[in-house]
Design a protein around this ligand. Structure first.
Ligand SMILES: NC(=O)c1ccc[n+]([C@@H]2O[C@H](COP(=O)([O-])OP(=O)(O)OC[C@H]3O[C@@H](n4cnc5c(N)ncnc54)[C@H](OP(=O)(O)O)[C@@H]3O)[C@@H](O)[C@H]2O)c1
Length: 332
């Protein structure tokens, strides 16, 4: 089989790379997530074209989790197959992450934060992806019933075993994140990165979390920067049947889109005045936060990916534009 001819100019400067906190690892400012569009329900030739297009554009980070699909686990299995076809010779150029935290199997050890669950889940993820290690291994959500030392200890063990190069956490609120960073530091496994949700429609990380990340020198990769597609032109004329909100396998609810559409329309003229699509402005906006290392997008087609990547042409916001954006949220 002939190897796919990746663009030899993929590191020509179009993609920017930022250091994750105070670590040595740089990530592309746009990373690609495989939560949707890579499961068994999805077209695998489209999935392949998205991965190829991403790497061609300098996206060196692919993000997965044990439960991505549907069905759960299938995104990792499908990624493993596509990786083998196209990326084996490029493994050292890629940062691949996975996570454990959500339900994966029946019985008392199939979710949350026990050492038993986290380390068994990582074994399964590696088997599905046909890899001997991931670059970043995350605890996907805090567990209210397991000592934080146990969950963080499992991440540290994964790193000590060489099954992950770095540890990360996701969806931890500021106070628990600070405690997790302290515990991991004591275990000589500094936390590389936190993965919270962040977009023009959800700015909650600005209420304390970004300060904690800056203080501890931990990176930040923000997920759902397009609010699952709401901050694009996708829903301006209603809910398309092939959209995330229109599909039964999607996690976005029609009611959420209907609740936000007025606000989304308010943002359109601001994006237009910047010479950007709404999606491009929404992505650039997340990257304007100095704490953010990378913004983690999804795409259901290569066309969406290409449109989104054009945000890199204008990442700067004037004070006036920021004021316009902020005041567009004021309810009358
Ligand atoms: N840690 C966590 O708990 C967590 C949670 C969620 C996500 N994540 C990570 O973050 C990644 C990204 O999340 P996300 O997929 O919600 O991100 P997103 O970028 O906010 O949404 C992606 C979706 O928006 C639509 N879209 C993208 N570009 C578009 C464009 N130019 N025009 C129209 N529609 C467009 C597509 O949906 P359609 O199907 O409608 O085309 C696409 O699948 C995930 O894959 C995962 O890796 C992590």
């Amino acid at each position: 089989m002939t190897a796919y001819p990746f663009d030899l100019d993929r590191y020509d400067g179009r993609m920017k790379y930022r250091r994750s906190g105070k670590s040595g690892l740089k990530l592309p400012v746009i990373s690609l997530g495989l939560w949707h569009n890579f499961g068994d329900v999805d077209d695998q030739s489209t999935a392949q074209s998205i991965l190829r297009g991403a790497f061609d554009a300098g996206i060196t980070h692919f993000d997965l989790a044990n439960n991505y699909g549907p069905p759960s686990g299938s995104a990792e299995s499908n990624f493993g197959k596509l990786f083998k076809q196209d990326f084996t010779a490029h493994r050292h150029e890629l940062v691949i992450s996975t996570k454990a935290g959500y339900l994966m199997w029946d019985g008392p050890y199939g979710e949350w934060g026990s050492r038993k669950y986290i380390l068994n889940s990582l074994e399964q993820s590696l088997q599905r992806m046909q890899m001997d290690h991931v670059d970043i291994f995350y605890h996907h959500r805090p567990d209210p019933d397991t000592p934080l030392e146990e969950s963080m200890g499992a991440l540290a063990t994964a790193v000590q075993q060489g099954k992950a190069l770095y540890a990360g956490i996701s969806n931890y609120p500021a106070d628990q994140a600070a405690e997790a960073f302290r515990i991991l530091q004591e275990m000589d496994t500094p936390c590389l990165i936190h993965q919270p949700r962040y977009s023009l429609l959800d700015r909650s990380i600005e209420n304390g979390l970004t300060e904690v990340l800056d203080t501890h020198g931990v990176g930040c990769i923000t997920y759902s920067p397009l609010a699952q597609g709401q901050l694009t032109n996708r829903y301006l004329e209603g809910i398309p049947s092939n959209s995330r909100a229109g599909k039964s396998s999607g996690f976005l609810k029609e009611s959420e889109v209907k609740g936000n559409i007025g606000q989304i329309r308010n943002l359109l003229p601001i994006a237009e005045a910047r010479g950007q699509s709404l999606a491009q402005m929404a992505l650039a906006w997340t990257l304007a936060n100095p704490t953010v290392t990378s913004t983690l997008i999804g795409a259901s087609s290569i066309e969406q990916l290409k449109e989104n990547l054009q945000c890199l042409k204008n990442l700067d916001f004037s004070a006036e534009e920021m004021t316009r954006i902020n005041s567009s949220f004021i309810k009358v």
